[in-house]
Design a protein around this ligand. Structure first.
Ligand SMILES: [Fe+2]
Length: 194
């Protein structure tokens, strides 16, 4: 059976935008949709698996982020449709298309999850910024959508990082290249500041 769940070229676009530019913007947005869907599922996974003395603070901090990121995914998907494209939202297609690994921590302490989430947010925000650059060549409305979302993602990233920062303004996760490494560094950093 033919795979129908791939981003298809637009048959039309919004007035004033070529079909080619509309298709390119939709392809770019599909990757952002995958990242945002992955992110809100990951944040919920952390909400369920966080343990330890800071459980309530982190458990409750994450739900508004889940809701906001889910809303961002909806806005991106509807922009794809507005541009004449077809938004792909199935889990199998997401896993097939994504270029990053699944979140690697299961049940773990709050500070470990926050260390790992620092890396998760960094990845999404860097790619959103690259998306803003690319969208700037194609469609200002898409550029504006990604710019607005980046501001909110960066704010959530700060909420996470504030737990990992010492009074000197240094992040315990600096230089970590994997979620596990960041989780361990965050835990070691928290031990030092007590
Ligand atoms: Fe819940």
């Amino acid at each position: 059976m033919a795979d129908t769940k791939t981003t298809k070229p637009s048959r039309y676009s919004v007035p004033g935008l070529s079909e080619e530019a509309g298709t390119k913007a939709a392809v770019l947005l599909q990757d952002r949709l995958n990242a945002l869907t992955d992110l809100h599922l990951t944040l919920k996974h952390v909400h369920w698996n966080v343990v330890g003395p800071h459980f309530v603070a982190v458990h409750e901090m994450l739900d508004p982020q889940v809701d906001a990121v889910r809303e961002m995914a909806d806005d991106v998907a509807e922009r794809i449709a507005t541009l004449g494209g077809s938004a792909v939202g199935t889990p199998g297609a997401l896993v097939k298309a994504r270029t990053w690994d699944d979140y690697s921590l299961g049940r773990a302490g709050a500070i470990e999850h926050l260390g790992a989430l620092d890396l998760v947010y960094s990845g999404v925000i860097e790619d959103h910024r690259a998306g803003i650059e690319e969208a700037g060549e194609l469609d200002p409305v898409t550029e504006d959508l990604l710019t607005t979302q980046s501001g909110q993602l960066e704010l959530f990233h700060w909420f996470v990082r504030a737990h990992l920062e010492n009074a000197g303004g240094e992040l315990s996760t600096a230089g970590a290249s994997s979620e596990r490494e960041a989780a361990d560094a965050a835990e070691a950093g928290a031990g030092q500041s007590i």
